[in-house]
Ligand binder design. Structure first.
Ligand code: HAS
Length: 550
């Protein structure tokens, strides 16, 4: 059990994460009905306002707070309690992130920032929205520094030893996050804030989009890597085997540091102002960032197979039936992984230069991110929640809560299959994204989109409603686990932090040479970005004034 002060820190992060989840999923429900032509918002509430709040609260706030709760608990567990200094910086980070969240959310609520979570210029929000976002990032940096500081002091007293895998993965994710944030910090501080407060008249739109996507793509791996940590470390523990390969796991995380950043142009393949050569280079690098995910899939199958065979599974798929299906901590994560097969395949389609022409700015992309961040990542976080809260509060995980947890993950899966399949199909037919319901003045072709078996109004509404029901069930489980589950009175009752220890005696030491990987990462970023960014600055068009379209 980790110390009380560290548990308190983690619990506060979880509280904010689930408060954001509660509001964000409710707004999601509204959106399904608006996009379905089933709901008209009152005059004082705008569709884009709802969409911005939904994206910011779920994609940025829920994920980030949950990730830090997981990191804080795991780092305290594997490296020992945080010292007073590190703990103070973590609280400071929490405070600054929360102030940023409150400012940004307030701006959205009062209708001053309906610019979506990507805040593309020339849409212009109130300057305080960007200040809120900047504070949010600064807060996460502070928390990140505290985690790194804790790791460094562990290293000092354990010289020549490789760190435990959990700590290694946490530090990799923090490094990725800090390098990634440089892009968004640059655009927010030097472009958006001066422009939104009226200190300058115009903004270089394409530069701002490029700096955003320099950050935006690694952002998705900032969400994914903590989920992968559970896949690499929690799954082996639950199926009763050792970590498949310590060095493979470390190498996968390093490949993410190297290749997740110099690829942002694959979000801008239809943007003008960037030559095809640089787009092609970055799409090629995108295919490199697929490799660590394939390595992860490989080691997961290895883990399942090893466990199944040991339990007597025979034949090609015998292992499958030996997995601990009745354990909701396992099943939730397994379903999450399963969703990532089509989710990842969709990503590969998106990254294919020509195919991107077909899907860009259509509902397909919305379908894609609901079966990446919305399920593999989110459902892994749900699976972690089921044991993390009782672990932190010292309570028992009762049979009733486990049953409810099963209902919750199954309903989430059904809702997501219905909604995201419809979104993928509608996107292929041509339905646009980032818009409210649009049937092009009820044009017959657009109306036909909704005649499909799954891509019809009813299925989508059912999918969205089931998802909302599932989200509310999760909120109930969270509240119940925090306050109402019976206290564990003996050691046997206590919920453990299920993390497998890996054997790292054969792992090459250079894998933990951070300066080497950070150096290579910056070299790749310089190759992929220097010339196109200079070009965008030197040959900049006149720049744009701000637009408020809502
Ligand atoms: Fe993506 C757009 C390309 C992964 C999130 N993506 C987005 C957006 C979001 C997002 C939010 O190239 C929209 C941004 C916006 O607002 O505009 N994406 C990729 C690629 C990958 C990828 C190549 N995306 C993710 C992940 C996300 C995420 C992860 C969130 C967490 N994405 C794109 C592109 C666009 C894009 C373009 C721009 C589209 C446009 O034009 O606007 C890759 O990382 C995917 C690699 C993954 C795999 C899958 C490995 C499978 C595993 C599971 C194993 C399963 C097991 C269970 C073991 C290759 C590890 C087995 C069980 C059995 C029973 C069999």
């Amino acid at each position: 059990m980790i110390c009380k002060q560290d548990r308190k820190l983690a619990i506060y992060h979880i509280l904010i994460a689930y408060l954001a989840f509660l509001i964000g999923t409710f707004l999601g429900l509204l959106q399904v009905f608006i996009r379905n032509d089933g709901l008209e918002l009152p005059k004082w509430l705008d569709y884009y306002q709802v969409l911005t709040a939904h994206g910011v609260l779920l994609a940025l706030v829920f994920t980030t707070y949950f990730i830090f709760a997981f990191f804080i608990t795991g780092m305290s567990k594997t490296l020992g309690d945080f010292g007073p200094k590190a703990r103070l910086v973590l609280w400071l980070g929490f405070l600054v992130t929360t102030i940023g969240t409150v400012i940004a959310t307030f701006m959205i609520i009062i209708g001053e920032a309906s610019v979506l979570y990507t805040f593309y210029a020339p849409l212009q929000a109130n300057g305080w929205y960007y200040v809120g976002l900047a504070l949010f990032i600064v807060g996460t940096w502070l928390s990140g520094f505290a985690l790194v500081g804790h790791y460094v002091s562990w290293k000092k007293s354990n010289r020549k030893q490789l760190s435990p895998l959990f700590a290694f993965m946490t530090i990799s994710t923090i490094i990725l996050w800090k390098i990634a944030c440089l892009g968004v910090v640059a655009t927010v501080l030097f472009q958006f804030i001066p422009w939104a407060f009226g200190w300058v008249d115009t903004i270089n739109v394409e530069l701002s989009r490029s700096l955003f996507w320099y950050f935006g793509h690694p952002l998705v791996y900032f969400w994914l890597l903590p989920a992968y940590m559970a896949w690499y470390l929690v799954i082996p523990k639950l199926v009763g085997v050792e970590v498949f390969s310590d060095s493979l796991a470390r190498l996968a995380f390093i490949l993410f540091i190297l290749f997740s950043i110099p690829v942002g142009f694959h979000h801008q393949l239809v943007d003008p102002g960037i030559s095809s050569f640089w787009k092609f280079l970055q799409t090629s690098l995108t295919f490199m960032v697929i490799i660590p995910s394939l390595m992860t899939a490989f080691s997961l199958f290895g883990t399942f197979e090893r466990s199944g065979r040991r339990k007597g599974g025979r034949g090609l798929f015998g292992w499958f039936f030996k997995l601990p299906w009745k354990d909701v901590r396992f099943t939730s994560i397994f379903i999450a992984m399963f969703f990532f097969i089509p989710g990842g395949a969709g990503g590969i389609i998106n990254a294919s230069f020509q195919l991107n022409e077909l899907i860009h700015n259509t509902l397909w992309v919305v379908g894609h991110f609901h079966i990446t961040v919305g399920t593999p990542v989110t459902m892994t976080f749900m699976g972690i929640t089921f044991w993390l809260i009782p672990y932190l509060t010292g309570r028992k995980l009762t049979k009733t809560i486990q049953k409810l947890a099963f209902i919750q993950i199954i309903t989430w899966s059904i809702g997501m299959v219905l909604m995201s399949t419809a979104q993928h199909i509608l996107g292929l037919l041509g339905a646009p994204r980032r818009t409210a319901y649009s049937a092009y003045n009820n044009h017959p072709t657009a109306m036909e989109w909704f005649n499909g078996l799954i891509s019809n109004h009813i299925t989508m509404a059912i999918g969205g409603t089931i998802l909302f029901f599932s989200a509310m069930l999760l909120i109930f489980i969270v509240i119940y686990s925090l306050f109402l589950l019976p206290k564990a009175d003996s050691l046997g009752d206590r919920v453990e932090f299920p993390i497998a220890m890996s054997d790292n005696k054969d792992t090459p030491k250079f894998l933990e040479n951070w300066w080497l990987w950070i150096g290579i990462s910056f070299a790749l970023i310089a190759i992929a970005y220097t010339i196109p960014l200079m070009d965008l600055i030197q040959h900049a068009p006149p720049g744009s004034k701000g637009f408020k379209m809502w």
